[in-house]
Each structure stands twice: as structure tokens, then as C-alpha cells.
Design a binder for this molecule. Structure first.
Ligand SMILES: Cc1cc2nc3c(=O)[nH]c(=O)nc-3n(C[C@H](O)[C@H](O)[C@H](O)COP(=O)(O)OP(=O)(O)OC[C@H]3O[C@@H](n4cnc5c(N)ncnc54)[C@H](O)[C@@H]3O)c2cc1C
Length: 463
């Protein structure tokens, strides 16, 4: 089915080459790694004003709109479940202002995160949020999911760097929140309300982000362990000893195997897991902390503890960490990359329980974690077309959710809810929380046109 002919005509006039409805384009904008659903058309505006015109038309023609950045979501977030228009930000890709004096950057939503990180480094500054997908994902997508990543253990997440947003409300009104000030408490904090709203409250078109001075030095260390639980215990030991690593990543043996097959990455045959640890700051302090962490790890049973000699060796470790998910996907029929977080002290138990639950249901669970902040990503490989495996996965998900909540954890540390966790949201959030969430959604989007069918739309707990 196509859009209303009058709507199509108006969209073509606004967007010119940025209007797509060829079947191959619709397929390209239909999915992420988790789900799929065909839109009727795709609009790629170049500005906030064009976005506003599109959302005004969508309201008039009661057409659903699903915002989309780079589509790297792992939860079905940018999948248009109810058809309508996918509104992609690929053409809003300019860095509008980069001000070392104010330590602020203003960027359009479609700027790729890695491009901003690089541009900022060239000015001697640093934008810390660092999702592993930084080479592809967009700032708008990061804001909409409150993306985290490897640097969260020291530097926090996207939310911690936002000073303001420009967004377009359902119906087409333009909203500006915050600004260039480091401090600003005028009015409710709508910036942070929109951060993590998964495209359901507004379309973000610009973000202002805070920058830090570039650390003088960063060094990486790798340490292997013969046991996964001992690896997670070493993470808790590093954190409780008062170190401040800027990266503390865990990868299990199955993940390392996939990386070895794809990229010829070598690791000791007896290794069951790897910790990748980085420390940044003044060079002398970095060297001191690296040596102290290495000693602590050896006391925790680590072997082949090694500090990367130079940037090239450091990048080999990062290639393994960044490329592993793609390597696994290539080797599997289907893979769900789950996202939970627990208090760091409970990480060893969480990691062990995910493995036990997987074994109980006969499923292969691969484990990686932004371990320093307790954010674990069990990756489950199965074939959804096989009814037995699909049922095993459904049972795994229920048990995993129960285990994580028992450990005082959360159903999502950084990927968001999307389609994937919508049915489980009421296990974690109280009726009062869900009632307020639905009320907020109605205030922002009374006709329910923005990214419908996900998050609190699709979970129980209705009064
Ligand atoms: C290999 C791999 C590694 C990853 N590593 C991490 C990681 O370390 N940390 C992490 O947090 N995530 C990670 N992710 C998940 C994903 O990259 C992030 O969620 C990212 O923030 C999504 O950005 P995107 O531009 O691809 O957005 P999309 O996937 O296109 O969209 C994500 C959500 O944001 C909404 N959205 C997008 N743009 C806008 C906008 N302008 N206005 C309003 N809503 C919008 C969409 O509707 C959707 O709900 C990883 C994904 C992959 C594939």
C-alpha cells in the first residue's frame, strides 16, 4: 500500500531527491539486526525546517513516522512496525559549530559519532561517549537511545554530555531545549527526557554536546583468564581497589574464537576470556596505574598480561572488540545481542547465570560486557525458523530477565527497549511508572504517530 497521493506529492515537493519509495529502498530502511517491517516511503530531510514540514503533513494525513539514524539498533527501534514514513537523518550530517572556547559542539542529528570524535580530537578536545558502533551510528541515534559504550565506566553516557537539543514535535512544532551553557536549570529538564526516548516523543534534529580536554595519554592492557567467572571477579576487584580505567571490556572464548576465524586474531589456547583495560590521563600517572592493575590481575589468576607497546598494538585489540559482533553474525543463522546491566559487584553471578540458563535451554550464549559498569551483552545464537530453537530462546529470555532483576539489575543498560524488550518492560517498571510514561507519550504525541507499537505501547501493565 502507498501513502495518500496528496501526501506523496507534498513530500516529493519538500524533499526532492530525498523522497524514496522504490521497493529496494523500502527494504533498505525496513530493518535492523533484530526486526523488520516495511515502510510505505522514506523521507530524508536536510534541515529542522524540512523535518517540521514533514511532521505537520504526517499529522494531517494520520501517517506513522519512524525516525532512523544509521539503523545500528539491536532492538528493532528504527523498524517501522506500522508502515508509514521512515524519517532518516542521513542528509542532516553537518558539524555546525565546534567551539574550543566554550567546549561545545553543535551537530546535526545525522553526523556519524566517530566523525565527531575525530573532528574534536583534531582540536585537542575529547567527546567521551564511545559506542562500539561509533564508526557507523549517528549522534541523533545516540541521543535517542542514550547510548553508552566502552568509556562509560569512567566517563558516563551520552546523556552526561548533552547541553541542549533541537527537536521537532509530532505535528511539526520546533522545540529548542538547553543551549550552550554548562549550567542551566531553567524549566523541566526536557533535554534529558528526550534523551533515551527512542524516537517516540520527538524527532531530534540537532544536539549540543559538551567536550573535555583530550587526555595526554591512553594505554591498553590485555589479560587472559582460564575461567569466565574469575574474569568477572577480577573486574569487581579492579573497581573496588579504586582504579579509574576508561575501558574495562570482557570478551569470552566463543567471541575470541569468532574474531580469530575472521581476523586471524591470536590468543593463548587455554584462555576462556580476555579483559581489555585502558587507562587515560597524564602519561606518568597512566603508566603507574597500568603497572598496579597488571599486578592486581596476576593476583586474580590472569595470565599473558601484556601492555600494548604502541598505538598499532592497541588497535589490534580494538579491532577484535569492534569486529567480533559482525564476525559472529556472519557465522550464525541469527543472533540476538542482549543488553542488561547489574551492579558491578553482581557481575560474576550475572555472567555465570546467563551461561547456566543458556545450557539449560540448549542454546549457545556468547558473552561480552562493558564490564566496568556492569553492562553485559549475552549474545544468543539460534535459528528462529526452527520452532524448537525459537521456543528455547523464548524460555531463555524469560529466565534471563528474572535472573537479572533478581540481581538488582535492569533490562537495558544502553540499547533501549524497542520491539525486543517491550513485552518485558512491566516486569521492571511499576504501574505508576508506566502510567506516567503513557501520559508523557500522550502529551508529546497525542495521535500516537511517532514510532508506534514499541516500548510502553506494547507491554502489559495497562490499567
Ligand atoms: C556492532 C554494534 C555495536 C554496538 N555497540 C553499542 C555500544 O557499545 N553502546 C551502545 O549504547 N549501543 C551500541 N550499539 C547499538 C546502537 O549502535 C546504538 O543504539 C546507537 O545509538 C544507534 O544509533 P543509530 O544512528 O544507528 O540509530 P538507529 O538504529 O537508526 O535508531 C535507534 C533508535 O533511535 C531512534 N532515532 C534515531 N535517530 C533519531 C532522531 N534523530 N530523532 C529521534 N529518534 C531517533 C530510532 O527511532 C530508534 O528507536 C551497537 C550496535 C552494533 C550493531
Amino acid at each position: 500500500m502507498s501513502l495518500h497521493p496528496e501526501l506523496t506529492k507534498a513530500l516529493k515537493k519538500i524533499l526532492a531527491g530525498g523522497y524514496l519509495d522504490a521497493p529496494e529502498d523500502l527494504r533498505s530502511y525496513s530493518c535492523d539486526m533484530f526486526g523488520r517491517g516495511l515502510p510505505q516511503a522514506v523521507g530524508l530531510p536536510e534541515s529542522t525546517e524540512q523535518t517540521a514540514e514533514i511532521l505537520a503533513l504526517a499529522r494531517r494525513f494520520e501517517t506513522p513516522v519512524t525516525p532512523r539514524g544509521a539503523g545500528t539498533s539491536l532492538t528493532g527501534g528504527p523498524v517501522p512496525l506500522r508502515g508509514g514514513l521512515v524519517l532518516g537523518t542521513a542528509r542532516m550530517n553537518r558539524i555546525l559549530d565546534l567551539s574550543p572556547g566554550d567546549r561545545i559542539a553543535r551537530v546535526q542529528a545525522g553526523v556519524v559519532t566517530g566523525r565527531l570524535q575525530q573532528a574534536v580530537l583534531e582540536k585537542g578536545l575529547f567527546y567521551p561517549p564511545n559506542p562500539t558502533s561509533a564508526d557507523y551510528c549517528t549522534l541523533g541515534g545516540n541521543v535517542a537511545t542514550n547510548a553508552g559504550g566502552a568509556s562509560g565506566v569512567k566517563y558516563g553516557v551520552t546523556r552526561d554530555y548533552l547541553t541542549g537539543l533541537t527537536a521537532v514535535l509530532a505535528g511539526g512544532e520546533i522545540l529548542a531545549t538547553g543551549g550552550r551553557c554548562m549550567k542551566d536549570v531553567a524549566g523541566y529538564d526536557l533535554t534529558r527526557l528526550l534523551c533515551g526516548s527512542e524516537g517516540r516523543l520527538a524527532v531530534i534534529t540537532e544536539a549540543r554536546v559538551r567536550l573535555l580536554p583530550r587526555p595526554e595519554a591512553v594505554r591498553a592492557l590485555s589479560a587472559y583468564f582460564g575461567d569466565l567467572k574469575a574474569t568477572a571477579e577480577a573486574v569487581a576487584a579492579i573497581m573496588s581497589a579504586g582504579f579509574a580505567p576508561c575501558t574495562l571490556e570482557l570478551m569470552d572464548r566463543a567471541f575470541l574464537e569468532a574474531v580469530r576465524r575472521a581476523y586471524d586474531f591470536q590468543f593463548p589456547p587455554e584462555a576462556r576470556a580476555l579483559l581489555l583495560i585502558e587507562v587515560d590521563g597524564p602519561a606518568e600517572a597512566v603508566n603507574g596505574q597500568m603497572a598496579a592493575i597488571a599486578r592486581l590481575l596476576q593476583g586474580q589468576g590472569a595470565f599473558a598480561v601484556s601492555v600494548a607497546a604502541d598505538e598499532a598494538e592497541r588497535q589490534i585489540l580494538w579491532r577484535a572488540r569492534r569486529g567480533g559482533t559482525a564476525a559472529l553474525v556472519r557465522q550464525a543463522a541469527f543472533m540476538v545481542s542482549l543488553d542488561y546491566a547489574v551492579p558491578v559487584s553482581r557481575l560474576p553471578e550475572a555472567v555465570a547465570r546467563m551461561g547456566d540458563i543458556g545450557r539449560r535451554h540448549g542454546l549457545k550464549v556468547v558473552m561480552i560486557a562493558h564490564a566496568g559498569d556492569g553492562n553485559l551483552h549475552p549474545m544468543v545464537i539460534y535459528d528462529p525458523a526452527d520452532a524448537r530453537q525459537a521456543a528455547a530462546y523464548a524460555a531463555f529470555e524469560q529466565d534471563a530477565c528474572r535472573a537479572i532483576l533478581d540481581l538488582g539489575g535492569t533490562l537495558s543498560g544502553e540499547h533501549g527497549i524497542g520491539m525486543e524488550k517491550a513485552g518485558l518492560l512491566d516486569r521492571q517498571l511499576s504501574p505508576a511508572f508506566l502510567r506516567l510514561s503513557r501520559g508523557i507519550k500522550r502529551v508529546f504525541d497525542p495521535a500516537g504517530l511517532l514510532n508506534p507499537g514499541k516500548c510502553e505501547d506494547a507491554c502489559g501493565g495497562h490499567e
